[in-house]
Design a protein around this ligand. Structure first.
Ligand code: DC
Length: 232
């Protein structure tokens, strides 16, 4: 009976630890919904940039948020759920460095967090969800049955992100990637509202020396135990 129980799994951690990759794999294996909450902040940032919103002005932010509809839709070709901004698939364009350079500033704004968190909670209302981000285990779902906090050596994270971005843009340099990652880590962990931090009841997963397969098997075990009611 308990094996069919649906739970909430949260995966928080530093930039470029592979949170979304792991969240996607776990969701697929457990037949759960996967939500990449970072994609929501990236899509909002994309809207602000395209529409020249001055996000230091609360009125402009509020009226911009009123014009944003975010949804996740399953793409049978890529076999993953992809984010849509006002009906446009923006899953790939939000990964650009132009968005990455501004997303931490936008994600630090109170109205933006309120807007995103409200939707994230609705998405998890029926449980059976794996959500990754920065504040999912601390703010969005403090009651989650399984909380994972991911970390990895900074050098390894920079190399991983560089390889990923280089495929799309061979002009990118490792210095650009390093600067962006360090800046985001700093802003994300020092902002006033819901900063990145490890929930007290989270399990730390340092994947510096783990293969994707090892990390998947380990966390799947944790997930199965949590579904059975085991406290970690
Ligand atoms: O996971 P990501 O790198 O795609 O996230 C992009 C940015 O969004 C990240 O720099 C911080 C912000 N973010 C956040 O503040 N809270 C979340 N739950 C997820 C992401």
């Amino acid at each position: 009976m308990k094996a069919n129980r649906k739970i909430i799994i949260t995966i928080d951690g530093w930039s470029s630890c592979g949170k979304s990759t792991l969240a996607k794999q776990l969701a697929k294996e457990l037949d759960y919904v996967h939500i990449d909450s970072g994609a929501m902040y990236r899509a909002i940032t994309l809207f602000f940039l395209r529409n020249h919103i001055d996000w230091t002005r609360t009125k402009q932010v509020d009226s911009a948020l009123d014009q944003i509809i975010l949804s996740f839709e399953y793409n049978s070709k890529s076999r993953q759920s992809e984010i849509h901004l006002n009906d446009e698939n923006v899953e790939y364009v939000i990964r650009d460095l132009v968005v990455a350079e501004k997303v931490s500033d936008v994600a630090a704004l109170g109205p933006v967090r309120h807007f995103a968190v409200e939707q994230q909670r609705k998405m998890g209302a029926k449980k059976g969800i794996v959500m990754d981000g920065r504040d999912i285990g601390t703010t969005v779902f403090p009651q989650a049955e399984l909380k994972i906090f991911m970390t990895a050596d900074k050098k390894v994270r920079i190399e991983r992100r560089f390889r990923e971005l280089y495929e799309k843009n061979p002009n990118i340099t490792i210095e650009e990637v390093r600067d962006n990652l360090e800046m985001r880590d700093f802003i994300d962990s020092h902002r006033e509202i819901s900063p990145l931090r490890q929930a007290e009841d989270a399990i730390v997963l340092d994947n510096t020396n783990l293969t994707e397969k090892q990390q998947f098997e380990l966390t799947l075990q944790w997930a199965r135990e949590s579904i059975e009611g085991v406290k970690h």
